[in-house]
Design a protein around this ligand. Structure first.
Ligand code: GLU
Length: 435
């Protein structure tokens, strides 16, 4: 039997990371077994499932590289089939009609639970069962003639030939009903596996109140799709050893439901940021450059490619996210640098600094060649002969050329900026703060 899994979201315009994790597990499981991964868009709520909401969903999946093996099935196109199945259940006496609540608004179709206990082997949680007494008949077609989630979900899983349903454990109660429906419809019951919830530090369901919760937020904040994929894959699953940063192939190879944890998984955005930093470091140079040029472009920075590439080499180790790039690199591309107030107060507006900057400028002017080694040597000589501390020389020079206190090593920064920019910026600093 070929494994077929699916992701069956109800598009709302936002894709919660918990839902996306379910998609990832379905994808990993299918790929591990050489099976197929499908998408079903449960778009019966026409108000929320707008074209834009569906577009957001498809973009999120593409960003995470969750490729599907068949055209998506849109649930809204299947209403007739759903209603037809309800008719058949009625005809067989497995469902009945009732004016629920006696509102006179018409009759619903109600599925008759079989009156027996239902139990199943959950791929993650083990044996789950529910006593007949605790299960009631339920509506499958509303009085307005529209099919209810349970009926549509089960019929579409049958239509798509889904063999394994991997979804959040908030659906466990539904699963008992669904199993009864499969049987009534004469269909094979698929394998079920229910994933534990994502929770916050207090153990409550993780929501946007706890931090970013939607896939789109992470993309906007400069996370890489591959890093978010890896992070979510490990949120409730482990490869069985201490590997954390893993390639897709490694995850596919190692993924099993047995290694999914059955208790809730705590979201830790610090860990995601760390992992993203690891992915940023691993990006091939061309990819990092493409991303960085895109960021500069979005920030309205017109960068000369050769110069920009040197800048990227300097800052890339410090960029934990894509959105770190412009703040780290921005000052390289304008002589009108913005000075960090704290840095100015603490390190620049101090006795002797104007003199130090004048002297540094004179030294830079007279250097035969201006590069990393020559500026390094010259400033060190200056420190020694002047009797000033190392920091008393380097900090003002750094702030004068960059506006900030921290950054990559100073000498490569000076070398990349080049003599002309460095002198101009020292002049401007002297004018702005010491004139
Ligand atoms: N549309 C349902 C949801 O998003 C589908 C659940 C499922 O069967 O995977 O919760």
């Amino acid at each position: 039997m070929k494994v077929r899994t699916r992701f069956a979201p109800s598009p709302t315009g936002h894709v919660h990371i918990g839902n996306m994790r379910a998609a990832i597990y379905n994808w990993l499981f299918a790929r591990h077994h050489g099976g197929e991964f499908l998408l079903r868009v449960e778009d019966t709520d026409r108000e929320r499932s707008t074209t834009e909401a569906i577009q957001t969903l498809l973009e999120a999946m593409a960003w995470l590289k969750l490729d599907v093996d068949e055209e998506p099935l849109y649930q809204s196109t299947r209403m007739e089939v759903h209603l037809e199945a309800a008719e058949q259940l009625l005809a067989k006496g497995l469902a009945y009609k009732e004016d629920k609540g006696g509102t006179g608004q018409g009759e619903c179709v109600i599925f008759r639970m079989p009156g027996t206990d239902v139990s199943f082997e959950d791929g993650i949680k083990g044996t789950l069962s529910k006593a007949a007494d605790n299960m009631q008949d339920f509506v499958i077609v509303r009085s307005n003639g529209t099919p209810v989630f349970h009926l549509a979900n089960v019929l579409d899983d049958i239509e798509q030939g889904v063999t394994h349903v991997i979804r959040g454990d908030d659906h466990i109660e539904n699963t008992y009903r669904h199993i009864a429906l499969y049987r009534a419809l004469g269909a094979d019951v698929p394998n079920f596996a229910h994933l534990p919830m994502l929770v916050n530090a207090q153990g409550k369901p993780y929501s946007k109140r706890d931090g970013d919760a939607f896939v789109g937020d992470f993309r906007e904040k400069g996370f890489l799709g591959d890093a978010l994929f890896n992070y979510l894959a490990l949120l409730g699953w482990s490869p069985g050893d201490d590997r954390e940063v893993m390639t897709r192939e490694e995850m596919v190879e190692a993924f099993t439901l047995e290694r999914c944890q059955s208790s809730a998984a705590q979201v830790d955005l610090k860990k995601l940021t760390w992992m993203n930093g690891e992915y940023m470091l691993k990006l091939p140079d061309e990819e990092f450059e493409a991303i960085a040029f895109g960021e500069l472009d979005r920030a309205g920075i017109d960068a000369e490619p050769e110069y920009a590439e040197k800048v990227f080499t300097l800052i890339r180790e410090r960029a934990k996210t894509v959105t770190d790039i412009v703040p780290l690199a921005g000052y390289f591309f304008t002589d009108e640098i913005v000075y960090d107030e704290k840095a100015v107060k603490k390190k620049l507006k101090k006795d002797g600094v104007a003199d130090t900057l004048h002297k540094a400028k004179a030294i830079f002017e007279t250097l035969e060649v201006f590069n990393e080694a020559s500026t390094d040597e010259a400033l060190h000589d200056f420190v020694e002969t002047s009797g000033l501390g190392f920091g008393a020389v380097m900090a003002p020079v750094r702030i004068a050329v960059s506006g900030v206190q921290s950054g990559p090593d100073l000498f490569p920064v000076l070398a990349v900026l080049g003599r002309e920019r460095v002198l101009k910026r020292i002049d401007r600093t002297l004018e702005l703060f010491f004139a």
